[in-house]
Design a protein. Structure first.
Length: 71
């Protein structure tokens, strides 16, 4: 499931840096989520899903398919 975060981020058209900036989570930590090195906390996951849901216009189903976890 770790690839889902990367896939959603790409679908949203944002970089790791942009996602980090919008969530307040470090870019390195975002990278670790995508690589499966670590998992987001429940609060981080909610924040990431919120940002990606807002960015992935007309494709909310894609974000919903990643529930309950992104990694």
């Amino acid at each position: 499931m770790k690839q889902q975060l990367k896939r959603l981020r790409h679908a949203a058209g944002i970089t790791q840096y942009q996602l980090a900036s919008e969530t307040g989570i470090s870019r390195a930590r975002i990278s670790h989520f995508e690589l499966g090195i670590s998992k987001p906390t429940p609060d981080e996951e909610v924040l990431i899903k919120k940002i990606l849901s807002e960015r992935v216009r007309g494709n909310a189903a894609m974000v919903a398919d990643c529930a309950p976890t992104l990694t």
